[in-house]
Design a protein around this ligand. Sequence first.
Ligand SMILES: NC(=O)c1ccc[n+]([C@@H]2O[C@H](COP(=O)([O-])OP(=O)(O)OC[C@H]3O[C@@H](n4cnc5c(N)ncnc54)[C@H](O)[C@@H]3O)[C@@H](O)[C@H]2O)c1
Length: 327
Amino acid sequence: MNILVTGGAGFIGANFIHYLLKQDRSDHVINFDALTYAGNLNNLDDIKADPHYQFVEGDIADRSAVEAVFDGFNINAVVNFAAESHVDRSILNPAAFIHSNFDGVGVLLAAAKKFNVDKFVQISTDEVYGSSLPHQQFSESAPLNPSSPYSATKASADLLALSYFKTYNLNVSITRSANNYGPYQFPEKLIPLMVTHGLQEESLPIYGNGQNSRDWLHVQDNCAAIAAVLKRGRAGEVYNIAAHQYKTNNEIVEGIIRQLQLPESRIEYVRDRPANDQLYSINDDKIRNELGWRPRIEFDVGMNETIAWYVDHETWWRPLLRQVKNR
Ligand SMILES: NC(=O)c1ccc[n+]([C@@H]2O[C@H](COP(=O)([O-])OP(=O)(O)OC[C@H]3O[C@@H](n4cnc5c(N)ncnc54)[C@H](O)[C@@H]3O)[C@@H](O)[C@H]2O)c1
């Protein structure tokens, strides 16, 4: 299969390309990425000479560039990771999010239809459901109730993608996963931000009272789930992907402090993000029952390995810090 992976130079996309190329050597992966501040070809340095892999630089909202890739590489399937992904940035600049997360998806869907691709997987997020009440878990049929410009553009793209299934019978599936953690995550996101601050003698800034809670899924487990949806997911279906490993921001930061042996006094509570959702919690029985997927990586093990990865890969994250400070 010739698989177009868009946004493959980012955190989850790069992990997914590595995962695919290890799993199935009959696949050919074309990574199409605009190399925004979050796109980093160093994430794929080890596979750049792999004959099953090719990189093309381009914007998913650029119709002629997108069509040239579909045409030139005889694309059979699309997995769309390309997006502006940081909620804080969406509050400062919603237009960039509308461009990549909605308009770009529209261009990709139209090209997928025009070139008759067999499968289109849209990578979405649990944030489209908005905040859960305690003990409430959203299933795939729950109403969309996004809070930030980021999650609103993702929810809008989900609806557009599903309309391509209903109207044109395009074989679309959507994944909505919990918060990912693991190697190659841009150091503006909670875990790498705190680890890199910790390693640089800086304070560890926690929003509000730190009681906001997220479900933490290791990126490898998400990649396995997305690959299952790509190969076996049903057309027109949404699949939630959860780990059911809920941690408050305080618990995450305390774990990092312990592992890096930092004093608690490094924690600094800062003004909360506007419309910060209290809790994300989703029901993922569907992917477990239909596709037999399960998360494999226990949180404490995955988290210890992830912190150790950032400690060992300072040459990876240090050049990226200027971008974090400039936002
Ligand atoms: N990180 C998470 O915890 C999480 C959770 C659920 C869903 N998601 C979704 O997964 C996807 C990937 O997230 P991530 O954390 O890897 O993001 P990321 O910010 O690390 O990477 C995004 C990638 O997309 C590229 N990109 C952005 N706009 C583009 C455009 N217009 N054209 C082409 N490429 C473009 C960037 O250059 C970058 O390589 C996103 O769609 C996000 O909404 C992420």
